[in-house]
Design a protein around this ligand. Structure first.
Ligand SMILES: NC(=O)C1=CN([C@@H]2O[C@H](COP(=O)(O)OP(=O)(O)OC[C@H]3O[C@@H](n4cnc5c(N)ncnc54)[C@H](OP(=O)(O)O)[C@@H]3O)[C@@H](O)[C@H]2O)C=CC1
Ligand SMILES: O=C(CO)COP(=O)(O)O
Ligand SMILES: [Zn+2]
Length: 355
């Protein structure tokens, strides 16, 4: 089990980054991965703080998490004999730092500037492929420095997406329990309880979560970090990724312009909760309270892609058993999406699920 050792969350904690590195016993040269935007938001400042704390920071400004960029970071790390890697940015930057550091077996620190999903503290990274991305095992951050003063200034849509990713733990855990019962999938009750608890905390606080309030940012960041820890305990993404994530990954593959990961997972959670026989309206209300999308229109995705994504979702990550089983038909997908108000209703469904 690989877990972060130092987690600092709060107002202005970016100033602590040098101390955190010292507490972790790190020394020498560090590659600081950032992009053009996050360089000015925090990356350049992290380099200054590290230099003042006796480190030798080497900036790497990236545009994406493509395979070539992973090689570029690793070549630079070898050239400057880097002893650790820091990612300062959104999910893209954090993932590049996470995966490249894992490849060269060096520790990694996560300094998120946005909180759009639980990748900020998880052991997995997403790598861009021609169509969509693939999720690969990387490593957990050794430390996380999440400055709420910085994250609160990120576009509100990102924090709302982060809430969707946390809320999705609720169906992921139901899928995981089902997989454990039906196909004897390895299961950790402790990881499941932690993931479920974080989802419930965000649902219960949904009417108080306002992306421009630092207190809200703190709550969501802690929930996202707890989700990452649950995945580390489980040794897989199962506590935070089930049928609703398969639906989101399917949309990433087929939709001309997918929405944000957590936005799609949130909408997926509404539908998968209904398949599980749970209270999907409660999920819908929580997402509405937060201001996150609850339907295809708000995702900016045509209804036909929602239905297609539902029918192919079971083919994504097929070894992970979920409520989608061996798949659902287009008719069933349309009924599910229209009943849960994700797409516009095509007929009367007075009796509930059936037209
Ligand atoms: N590891 C995992 O488990 C997971 C990984 N992912 C991956 O994460 C990536 C998406 O991450 P996400 O964070 O949503 O998006 P990005 O990293 O693309 O960041 C979103 C946008 O917000 C900007 N931004 C970030 N922080 C701030 C700030 N403080 N102020 C103003 N703007 C800011 C970014 O600028 P800029 O463009 O300059 O970065 C970017 O335009 C994808 O590659 C996805 O595949 C998704 C889910 C899970
Ligand atoms: O997004 C994740 C958890 O929230 C990771 O899930 P995957 O393993 O399905 O990519
Ligand atoms: Zn996710």
């Amino acid at each position: 089990m690989q877990l972060p050792r130092e987690i600092v969350v709060g107002h202005g904690v970016i100033e602590e980054v040098g101390n955190v590195c010292q507490k972790l016993g790190l020394h020498g040269s560090a590659i600081v991965v950032m992009d053009d935007i996050t360089a000015s938001i925090a990356g350049n400042h992290v380099c200054e703080i590290l230099a003042a704390s006796g480190y030798d920071p080497v900036p790497f400004v990236t545009d994406s998490v493509r395979r070539e960029r992973i090689d570029d970071v690793n070549a630079l790390a070898t050239e400057v004999k880097a002893s650790f890697v820091i990612g300062v940015g959104g999910g893209t930057v954090i993932d590049l730092a996470k995966i490249s550091s894992a490849r060269i077996n060096k520790p990694f620190l996560s300094v998120p500037t946005a909180a759009a999903h639980d990748g900020i503290a998880s052991p997995r990274a997403s790598v861009k492929e021609e169509r969509g991305s693939i999720s690969v095992a990387a490593q957990s951050p050794l430390g996380v420095v999440a400055d709420t003063e910085i994250i609160v200034k990120a576009p509100p849509r990102l924090l709302r997406s982060g809430c969707g990713d946390v809320i999705s733990n609720i169906t992921a855990v139901k899928d995981w329990a089902l997989a454990s019962k039906l196909i004897n999938a390895p299961y950790s009750a402790y990881a499941a309880a932690l993931a479920e608890m974080t989802a419930k905390m965000i649902i219960e606080s949904s009417d108080q979560i306002k992306p421009n309030f630092e207190e809200s940012v703190r709550l969501v960041v802690k929930a996202l970090i707890s989700g990452g820890v649950a995945m580390s305990i489980a040794g897989s993404s199962a506590p935070a990724s089930g049928s609703e994530h398969k639906f989101s990954h399917a949309l990433d593959k087929i939709a001309p312009e997918p929405a944000l990961h957590g936005e799609q997972c949130g909408v997926g959670t509404i539908m998968m909760m209904h398949l599980h026989g749970g209270d999907w309206k409660m999920i819908r209300t929580a997402l509405q309270n937060i201001g996150a999308p609850v339907d295809a229109e708000a995702l900016g995705i045509d209804d036909k892609y929602i239905i297609e994504a539902l029918t192919i979702a079971h083919t994504i990550n097929p070894e992970r058993y979920t409520i989608l089983g061996t798949g659902i038909t287009a008719d069933a997908a349309e009924r599910l999406a229209s009943f849960t108000r994700v797409i516009k209703r095509k007929g009367s469904d007075k009796n509930g699920y059936r037209d």
